[in-house]
Design a protein around this ligand. Structure first.
Ligand code: HEC
Ligand code: HEC
Ligand code: HEC
Ligand code: HEC
Ligand code: HEC
Length: 373
């Protein structure tokens, strides 16, 4: 319930946080929210949104160092990976400033206050942009609060929040200098409600001043959809005259998977008397190559060699001519994998994928077993 002494302590704590030194941030630091929104704060700390910076994400750092941007000291990645930086304009230009691990605003990654101040999304050619509201302590939200916050105001009139989509400024699309998509765009991404799947209501109050029973999940947005994956992806197995068929059905309104760094792998097996008598690997991939015809990470890619990712709402059917017998067990397992490729060069110089190899332990998402009676 509402306790006035608590509020006094909180305000004293907040004053402490806004002492000179940290005073020049454009966005209140994430740590400011911890006092009144501890559950959300803890969840968020575990998410990639809190770890998207060059200081916390090792892979991101390595890729930046490989790119010509790093030699020019141009941290253009900051638009999306360090957007709460108090010197963002300077940081993303080619002027040698480069990321600074001692700047607390740069360590705030996709900050709480930043995300709650996205007032609009502007379409862009290379990538979209977030329009940030100028009102320092007014945060957009969907629901009308039950009590007033002593620290900030809440604005529930922003359509992006009403539609559950303030995400496409960063997630819309992003292409490299050669026009190749680094992560895939999907038509009408802005019409999708991302919150319904990636930020479901979970048990626990959203704040310490009044018990709201539930709160919007702020942890790993990828992890939470995996927990409910059978709501969004499905496998169906049935017999046919020639053998059997398997459908992979997506109810996801965006491409799965969203980046070429990982792929989907469907393992189809028939087990007869404890022996595998039939095995087919199927892949949903997006493989890219550089100018030398080598498989490339998206930032260096010039060509799309193959693109068989699952489209929004797609149902893909695989048909097999294999006569099943009574007692056979058909299994289908859909996993996430990292892949290696062998590339073939045609006489005309054109490239194609010759062989696909799985290079890590598959991470299972979903499986189905079908027993022939
Ligand atoms: C002194 C306590 C306090 C601090 C600090 C605080 N908030 Fe809040 N916040 C509240 C209260 C109280 C509510 C209203 C909760 C309710 O009635 O549902 C609220 C509501 C919100 C809402 C809207 C929620 C809704 O119920 O619709 C958002 C968004 C929000 N806070 C974000 C932040 C962010 C971001 C920070 C840190 C920069 C922050 N808050 C810091 C107390 C605080
Ligand atoms: C338009 C916004 C945007 C810009 C600009 C941007 N990124 Fe990203 N980046 C993202 C998003 C969004 C993801 C997550 C994509 C997904 O999972 O679908 C991501 C993911 C990544 C990943 C994968 C992280 C992992 O751990 O798997 C790497 C690496 C990366 N970015 C590097 C960079 C580098 C280097 C730059 C600058 C040259 C950059 N990004 C610029 C938005 C951006
Ligand atoms: C109907 C549910 C649904 C909706 C709506 C939805 N997603 Fe997803 N999303 C998924 C599923 C399922 C996956 C695949 C899970 C995985 O990658 O392991 C996924 C994966 C992702 C990933 C990659 C996660 C990872 O771990 O690499 C990103 C990024 C993403 N979604 C962003 C969005 C954004 C942005 C929106 C709104 C424009 C959105 N999603 C709307 C279900 C949904
Ligand atoms: C990636 C953007 C993003 C970030 C980062 C983010 N939020 Fe949110 N937050 C949202 C969205 C979108 C909603 C609305 C969910 C809904 O419609 O129910 C929300 C809802 C809330 C609410 C409303 C109450 C509820 O239902 O939970 C509070 C409070 C809140 N956020 C606080 C925070 C705090 C504190 C942080 C940092 C620790 C934070 N948010 C970081 C996007 C974000
Ligand atoms: C300011 C830019 C920005 C906004 C706004 C944003 N994201 Fe992200 N998101 C990123 C970046 C950058 C990454 C990759 C971080 C990394 O791997 O270094 C990411 C990663 C993700 C991932 C994969 C990692 C994980 O936590 O599972 C999902 C899923 C995701 N975002 C969903 C969303 C959704 C849903 C929203 C809207 C509610 C949203 N994002 C808003 C920049 C943003």
């Amino acid at each position: 319930m509402f306790k006035s002494r608590d509020i006094f302590h909180r305000i004293a704590f907040l004053l402490l946080l806004t002492l000179p030194g940290w005073a020049n941030e454009l966005f209140s630091l994430n740590i400011t929210c911890k006092e009144c929104h501890p559950t959300i704060y803890q969840e968020y700390r575990e998410s990639m949104h809190a770890k998207a910076t060059i200081f916390a994400d090792e892979i991101h750092k390595k890729v930046w160092e490989l790119l010509p941007f790093s030699q020019r000291g141009e941290y253009s990645c900051g638009y999306c990976h360090t957007p709460a930086a108090n010197n963002l304009e300077e940081l993303v230009k080619a002027n040698g400033i480069g990321p600074d691990p001692y700047n607390p605003t740069q360590n705030d990654a996709i900050g709480c206050a930043l995300c709650h101040r996205i007032s609009d999304v502007k379409e862009g050619k290379i990538h979209n942009f977030n329009v940030i509201s100028k009102k320092q302590r007014v945060y957009f939200a969907r629901k009308k609060p039950l009590v007033e916050s002593p620290f900030h105001k809440v604005d529930i009139t922003n359509p992006l929040y009403q539609k559950g989509n303030n995400c496409t400024g960063c997630h819309g699309h992003y292409s490299n200098d050669h026009g190749i998509q680094i992560f895939t765009s999907t038509p009408n991404l802005s019409k999708i409600n991302c919150v319904e799947c990636h930020m479901p209501q979970m048990e626990g109050s959203s704040n310490t001043l009044i018990d709201t029973k539930t709160h919007a999940y702020h942890g790993g947005f990828g992890k939470i959809v995996k927990q409910n994956i059978s709501k969004y992806l499905n496998l169906q197995i049935r017999t046919t005259q020639e053998g059997f068929e398997i459908d992979v059905v997506s109810r996801v309104p965006h491409i799965v998977l969203t980046t070429p760094l990982k792929s989907l792998y469907l393992s189809v097996d028939v087990v007869r008397k404890n022996q595998i008598v039939f095995h087919r690997p199927e892949f949903f991939v997006r493989a890219l190559s550089d100018e030398k015809g080598q498989i490339a990470i998206p930032w260096f890619a010039r060509e799309v060699l193959i693109d068989t990712m699952l489209e929004p709402g797609e149902k893909r059917t695989f048909a097999y001519k294999f006569k099943l017998q009574k007692g056979d067990r058909v299994t289908a397992i859909l996993s996430k994998v990292l892949l290696g490729y062998e590339v073939d060069k045609g006489i005309d110089g054109s490239l194609s994928i010759k062989k696909i190899k799985i290079v890590n332990k598959p991470e299972p998402l979903l499986s189905r077993v079908f027993l022939i009676k």
